[in-house]
Design a protein around this ligand. Structure first.
Ligand code: ADP
Length: 775
């Protein structure tokens, strides 16, 4: 109940790396608590001041006795100080203080300077009577003197000549003078540093790292705690100790088990699974594989991340995902140098610290979305990480010593290879993960997504039933995507709605009991809830719990998810000339794309709208030029009957969905078809989609992303797909059932495209052809 009143002179604090404050206070006097007035948020008490310096000078009674005691104390104090190195200014100052200060103040001051345990210090503080205080402090002084004598006998005492250190933390200086007495309560922070040193010595870090750490800890010992660098250095050392220099998990790899696990976790994606198994098999045969880095490329939601996780599971390794999307500072990868305020290690080292072993599976997510900025190119930093020849000595700027990354298994994912820097691409083996067909999506939904969602929502198959037709409805009418993420979300929405019904049903069952207990209000609430119209099952009786299992049919679907978002608009759109369907590839998978054209009186201008890139604009010009040069051949005329299609005519080409930038040469054939339809006045078949690059001479060149594009056409319910002849080989990758649903037309020139796109063909007039050949 005794404390010291003090005046806060200075508060220094920092929030980084951990919140810490240094308080500089001047002690005023002792006080005693008479009555505690309040405890929160901080204690307030009525106190009584206990020692007042003038009080002692007035106490004549004990002065003599005290005089003796204080004289004795003064002698010991002088003896102690004189044993120290007087050339140190702080010691000289202390010597002067001994003479100048009133004797009564000396016990308190010396106790704080000599080596004493916290308990001893508190005892001195508690000693209110001056006599008692003198008596208690003298043995401590004597102990310190004895200790010093012993030390001087063995070696010359070494003084710390750092003036600041002495001034700020006097007992740090004394720490250099070991005392013979057993001191149980070491200074807490000093203890920590010693512990840290012990940890460093026992940790299995590399020799180079150990050398750096020991040097740092030496500096740390000399540093006052209030220095910002103290926290920095300490954090650095703590990180070094925590890093898994030599800690690894044992790989358990059995290819047969791996195959089963991969198959269980993922439906379809045969090509990807095959390659992953090959990779794992090689790893099993040859330990320590300096193999390629696998990079899964495909639209979102096709399971790239989740395959990465499965690989970690099969290997029995830790898994860590590093999201690289939007990273544009190379120190994100490599860390900041420790000279910066707020410097940190990079994500790789941080990840290693998190997983605590040096052989995890690192999934570098979205490598195609790395940015670039003034702070350097993170992709370049990744080069070193991913290169098996170099990454055994990866040097993070923060650590400043090499760390061996060769045991880490890196897997990258991306939506497109187009934006991955070539050097980085070169170090990775690309595995394309295309989107799913409708059938695959249904299977994935029923094997994986629905069971997972049921579990997450606490439902059982006895409570909810989603038939395959409903899943197909969700896939075709509520989602339009290559992956299964939004399908998963929709299923989640259904489960939530059903969970409400099931929970309500349970309430209804328990309602009578509750009424008996007399929870009148509660019951009223239920009645109003019950009165709400049933939204899931039409058959559900309001008074009874919904029948289990709740069947999700089309009506229920409409209630839960709202009206269908996507309808088959294809036939409607193609009801007039000047519209054609193209196939586009986007990082999000394949998509069908409408091209619309109209003509009007004008001066032969071409207007293009719909956020087009340069290549797309060129394709449009190419298409017009080709049609103009072949107008006679095909008997195409403008409104006034002239073969010069642009004579007094303006053409407007539009690519709907203007919010999306479109670029690439593959729309060439679609634009030609669309314009041919416009000028001939004939309708393009409503179930045909096409893709292909064109040349001025009317050839059709191959394009990329055929698989995704064909899947998109299939999703949209189209029947015929026109692709360039030279893309025929790409069809092999497409599932048989999709191929069976579609008719493919391989076109090597635009004549073939037009013939396939119009019902009854797009005949070339022989007479015109002759004329043309004369040209
Ligand atoms: P990505 O990384 O390709 O964007 P994710 O790996 O996050 O996609 O996958 C999204 C979700 O879809 C995950 O919950 C995953 O389990 C599921 N999923 C995707 N493909 C499959 C598949 N073939 N079999 C089972 N689940 C799948």
């Amino acid at each position: 109940r005794i404390g010291t009143a003090a005046l806060a002179v200075q508060v220094v604090g920092s929030n980084w790396p951990k919140p810490h404050y240094t308080l500089l206070v001047t002690g005023l006097c002792r006080f005693q608590i008479l009555q505690l007035l309040k405890e929160k948020p901080y204690p307030v008490a009525e106190v009584e001041q206990l020692d007042r310096l003038e009080q002692f000078t007035n106490q004549h009674k004990s002065e003599e006795e005290l005089g003796e005691l204080s004289e004795q104390f003064y002698k010991y104090a002088v003896q102690l100080v004189e044993m120290l190195d007087m050339s140190v200014p702080a010691v000289a100052k202390l010597r002067r203080l001994l003479d100048n200060l009133p004797r009564e103040a000396l016990p308190d001051i010396l106790t704080s300077i000599i080596r004493t345990s916290n308990r001893e210090k508190l005892q001195i503080l508690d000693a209110v009577s001056l006599e008692e205080r003198f008596k208690m402090t003298i043995p401590l002084l004597v102990r310190q003197i004895e200790g010093l004598k012993l030390l001087q006998k063995t070696r010359k005492p070494k003084q710390d000549d750092d003036k600041r250190v002495v001034a700020i933390r006097p007992n740090r200086r004394i720490n250099h003078i070991p005392s013979t007495a057993e001191d149980e309560e070491e200074e807490e922070d000093h203890d920590d540093v010693v512990m840290l040193e012990k940890k460093i010595r026992t940790s299995s870090m590399s020799e180079q790292a150990l050398k750096v750490c020991l040097k740092e800890i030496k500096r740390l010992k000399k540093m006052p705690q209030s220095m910002p660098e103290y926290a920095l250095t300490r954090n650095y050392l703590e990180l070094m100790v925590e890093l898994p220099w030599n800690k690894s998990t044992k790989d358990r790899l059995e290819i047969r088990a791996a195959r089963i696990l991969l198959d269980n976790d993922h439906y379809a994606m045969e090509k990807l699974k095959k390659r992953v198994l090959e990779y794992l098999a090689v790893r099993q045969l040859k330990n320590n594989l300096k193999g390629p880095i696998l990079c899964f490329v495909g639209p979102p939601g096709v399971g790239k991340t989740s395959v990465g996780r499965s690989i970690a599971k099969t290997l029995g390794r830790e898994f860590h995902r590093i999201a690289l999307g939007g990273v544009c500072d190379q120190s994100d990868i490599r860390g900041h140098r420790r000279t910066y305020v707020g410097s940190m290690p990079g994500r790789i080292i941080n990840g290693l610290k998190t997983v605590g072993v040096n052989n995890p599976v690192f999934l570098l997510d979205e490598v195609d979305k790395l940015g670039k900025s003034l702070q350097g190119d993170p992709a370049a930093a990744l080069l070193e990480v991913l290169d098996p020849e170099q990454n055994h000595s990866f040097t993070d700027h923060y650590l400043n010593v090499a760390f061996d990354l060769s045991q880490v298994l890196f897997i990258a994912t991306a939506n497109t290879t187009a934006t991955i820097p070539p050097a980085l691409l070169d170090r990775m083996e690309i595995i394309q993960v295309p989107g799913y067909t409708q059938e695959e999506k249904i299977e994935i939904a029923h094997r994986h997504l629905i069971p997972k969602q049921l579990e997450q929502h606490g439902l059982t198959p006895q409570q909810i039933q989603i038939p395959q037709v409903t899943t197909l409805d969700i896939i075709t009418r509520y989602t339009r995507e290559a992956g299964v993420r939004s399908l998963d979300r929709k299923l989640g929405a259904i489960c939530r709605a059903v969970a409400v019904k099931v929970a309500e049903g349970q309430h209804k069952e328990t309602k009578p009991d509750r009424a008996e207990v007399g929870e009148g209000e509660d019951c009223k609430e239920h009645v109003t809830e019950d009165a709400k119209p049933e939204s899931i099952s039409d058959a559900a009786d309001l008074a009874l719990p919904p029948e289990m299992p709740i069947l999700i049919d089309f009506h229920a679907l409409k209630d839960i998810l709202g009206p269908p978002m996507y309808e088959m608009e294809v036939s409607e759109r193609l009801s007039q000339p000047g519209v054609a369907i193209g196939l586009a590839w986007t990082p999000l998978g394949g998509e069908i794309m409408f091209v619309e054209a109209s003509r009007m009186d004008g001066e032969g201008q071409l207007t293009l709208t719909g956020q087009l890139g340069d290549v797309m604009k060129e394709s449009a010009h190419l298409a017009i030029s080709w049609l103009r040069s072949n107008a006679k051949r095909y008997q195409l005329t403008n409104a006034s009957g002239s073969f010069d299609l642009l004579d007094n005519t303006d053409i407007h080409l539009h690519f709907p969905a203007g919010a999306v930038t479109k670029d690439g040469p593959s729309a060439g054939v679609t634009i030609v078809t669309c314009l041919a339809s416009l000028f001939s006045g004939r309708l393009v078949c409503s179930d045909v989609a096409m893709t292909g690059e064109i040349t001025l001479r009317g050839l059709v060149l191959p394009v990329g992303g055929i698989k995704d594009k064909v899947l998109a056409a299939h999703r949209a319910g189209l029947k015929r797909v026109i692709i360039p002849q030279r893309n025929e080989k790409d069809l092999e990758e497409i599932a048989v059932n999709v191929r069976q649903d579609l008719t493919f037309v391989m076109a090597s020139c635009l004549d073939e495209v037009l013939n396939a796109a119009f019902d009854g063909g797009f005949a070339v007039k022989p007479r015109v052809e002759r004329l043309n050949s004369k040209l």
